[in-house]
Design a protein around this ligand. Sequence first.
Ligand SMILES: NC(=O)c1ccc[n+]([C@@H]2O[C@H](COP(=O)([O-])OP(=O)(O)OC[C@H]3O[C@@H](n4cnc5c(N)ncnc54)[C@H](OP(=O)(O)O)[C@@H]3O)[C@@H](O)[C@H]2O)c1
Length: 306
Amino acid sequence: MKRFLVTGASGLLGLNLALKLAEKHPVTGVIHQPELEGTPFEVLVTDLSLPGEAEWVLEHCLPEVIIHCAAMAIVDECEKDPARAMKVNADLPGRLARLAAEMGAKFVHISTDAVFDGVRGDYSEEDAPNPLSTYARTKLAGEIAVMAENPDALVARVNFYGWSLRGNRSLAEFFYNNLSAGKPVNGFTDVIFCPLLVNDLADMLIRMAEMNLSGLYHTVSREKISKYDFGVHLARQFGFDPELVQPVKVSEGGLLAARSPNLNLNTTKLAQALGVALPGIQTGLEKFHGLSEEHYPEMLHGFLPV
Ligand SMILES: NC(=O)c1ccc[n+]([C@@H]2O[C@H](COP(=O)([O-])OP(=O)(O)OC[C@H]3O[C@@H](n4cnc5c(N)ncnc54)[C@H](OP(=O)(O)O)[C@@H]3O)[C@@H](O)[C@H]2O)c1
C-alpha cells in the first residue's frame, strides 16, 4: 500500500484512476469545483494553479506517488485562453514535479499524443515533437518542465476514452449519446489515433508507477484507427445503426484548433517494459460496452452532488 495523490480527480482519467487505486491504496483526489460526493477516496477542492495551493495539498497528504491528471484538456478552450493554458498545462506540472522531487515522492505526469504534428505517424519516444495547437504546445512545455525539474519522473503520452462523471467527456460518449438517440454524427475519416479504454489506461499507469518507470512512454493502444471507423465499431458493438456515422473530413468539422492527422504512436518501449502487448481497439470497445451493461456509468454519475 502506498499513499497516492491524484489531481484532476473529477476528470475522465482522474476519476476512473482514483476509483481503481482506492480499491487497494489510500488516495487523495484534488478537484477544482466541488462536484464529487461519496467517493471511496478523500477529496480536496482547490485551484492548483494559485500560489501556495500545490504546496498546501502536498503538506496535507504527504503522498508517496503523485499522478498528475489535472489539465486544461479541452483543445479549443486552450486556443481561446493561451495564457491560462500555459499556466495550467506547463507551469503547474513543472512546479508539482519539483515539489515531488523535494519530498521524495514519485511523480507521474500525463501528457498527450498531440505533441506530434501527425504528418508521418508511427512516432517513437525518440521522434521530435512538433505541436500544432496551443493545447499541444503547452502540454509539450509541461513535459519539458517536468523532466527538467524531476528527471526521475514518468511522463506518459496518452489517448483514451471511457465513461465519465457527467457522461460527456469522451469521444466514445459523444458517439454513444448521439447514436443511442438515433441521431447522426460526424466521424473524421482523416484523423487517426490509438485510443485506450480509460480503465485499461488506469491499470497500466498503476503498474508503471509500481515498477518505478522513469522517462517518456507512449501509453496508447497498440492499434490505430480513424475516428470515423471508431464510431462505426462502437455503433456495431452496441447494436446501433452504423450508417448514422457520417464520413467527413476534419476540415469540415468547424474546429478552432489545428488537429494532427496521424497520431499513430509506437508502443514498443512500453510493451517491452511491461512484458505484454498493449490492448487493441476491439477489446477496449467490448469492455466499454461491458461496463455499460454493469451500470458503471450510473455508478460514476452517482458521485455527482444531488
Ligand atoms: N481525453 C483524452 O483522450 C486525452 C488525450 C491526450 C491527453 N490527455 C491528457 O490526459 C489528462 C487527463 O485528461 P482528461 O480527459 O481526464 O481531462 P478532464 O476530464 O478535462 O479533467 C481534467 C481535470 O483537471 C481539473 N483541473 C483543471 N484545472 C485545474 C486546476 N487549476 N486546479 C485543479 N484542478 C484542475 C479539472 O477540473 P474542472 O473541470 O473542475 O476545471 C478536471 O477535473 C490531461 O493531462 C490531458 O491533457 C487526455
